[in-house]
Design a protein around this ligand. Sequence first.
Ligand code: ADP
Length: 506
Amino acid sequence: MAYILALDQGTTSSRAILFDHAGAIAAVAQKEFQQFYPQQGWVEHDPTEILTSQLSCAVEALGKAGARPRDVAAIGMTNQRETVIVWERASGKPIYPAIVWQDRRTAAQCKALVESGAEDEITSKTGLVIDPYFSGTKIQWILDNVEGARARAERGELAFGTVDSWLIWNLTSGNHHVTDFTNASRTLLFNIVKGEWDADLLRIFGVPAQMLPEVGWSSERVGEVTTTLGLGGAAIAGIAGDQQAALFGQACFEPGATKCTYGTGSFVLVNTGSVVVRSAAGLLSTVAWLEPSGELTYALEGSVFVTGAAIQWLRDGLGLLDNAGQSEALARSVPDSGGVVFVPALTGLGAPDWDPDARGAMFGLTRGTTRAHLVRAALEAIAFEVRDVVDVMTAEAAARGAADGAAWYPAAGYQALRADGGASANDLLLQLQADQIQRPVERPVVAETTALGAAFLAGLATGVWSSQAELAATWHLDRRFAPAAPDDAAHARWRSAVEQTKGWAG
Ligand code: ADP
């Protein structure tokens, strides 16, 4: 049993990574899949392509390492969160494409919910805000817009799942319709204090309980893969949403430990221990994981929707780059952005501003503006967006932590920010980040921490590893970025630009 296999089903690609006992990567396979934008503000995936890309990566990774399914001690699953799939139990066919977390189509439903006065109850139970980002209104949309769906859901013919549920249901031939606490905590239907689906929330969102998956722990044996596609018999023993998995994979086990994952979007999470910290400034409270003692660990989260995706858009939408990695050299070819400010609110604004109707904008263009300035402005924007979240988090830590008397408070303001995700390969970005937040930024040797976290959870459940301390010892520093003086004037200009993008699509 040499390996743990992590299946990392992301927003733009599926990845499979084989880890060894030292937490080192033995093989990786990755496959991008298609993004669909059927209308302004809509984002969809093909659930079948999600499944096939994930399976083919898994088989490819095993092949690269010369491993057989019996060499895999356990499979850990991690996934893009909030994305909604509804399928027929009998045939396994999805009744609609996957509605992706970035999709804004339910903005009007969300406004109506706020106007109905439901926000306080929803927020206090879920730790979330009302926004199209989360699964609740997306499920509601499918039930209301696919003919006959609501009646069929009430008869128990349909199943809902986030991507983890969908994949596991398929990998186990429909034997297991499950999810875990971290994924459930992003649906707007789950009470994060009681740790259960909430009947009142289900009523508010009009979601029949019959269609929901069973909620399990993130680190426990779920079942065996039954497919014959080269994985047969391997045990699935870990499930976590991508950001919680990354927090775990970064070994942020102590209250106050903070990470930021730079992928399609960027997500800053700070471990708040056993305390559900309620933010007054647009951060989310979310389940991080369950301790072996049975106690829930929580995190405070700042979700920024478009960061690496801005670079992807410069590549695919504007054709300014051949690949994302090129952005660093191009941005370094100019000393600054030449006064250009780019607000990449391409799918609205997440934390801390929360405006589904904001849209992207570029300010300060002149005849002297070059492609290098635009690319540099995009990297600066990522650093500004994350700074805005970290600023709020630090302020909340000071204001609330003292009141809670919680252990996360003293540590949250000064510790290094642990960075990971595809765009964390960009040294210029991480230096800009350290300068903006005035804290060191640390990148580990294994930047695939999302997959690593899923592997850790599965390995803990199957005895490959025995404690968090053992896992923490596998974390090794690749590079530390020490903060230099921040450009506060540039940040002030950025904030003014952000304000001007709000409400545009409304
Ligand atoms: P996800 O899991 O959300 O699909 P990844 O962690 O794979 O994302 O990161 C991919 C994202 O990172 C893409 O949006 C891409 O544009 C961006 N990216 C990758 N490499 C770089 C780089 N060197 N500089 C800036 N952005 C990058």
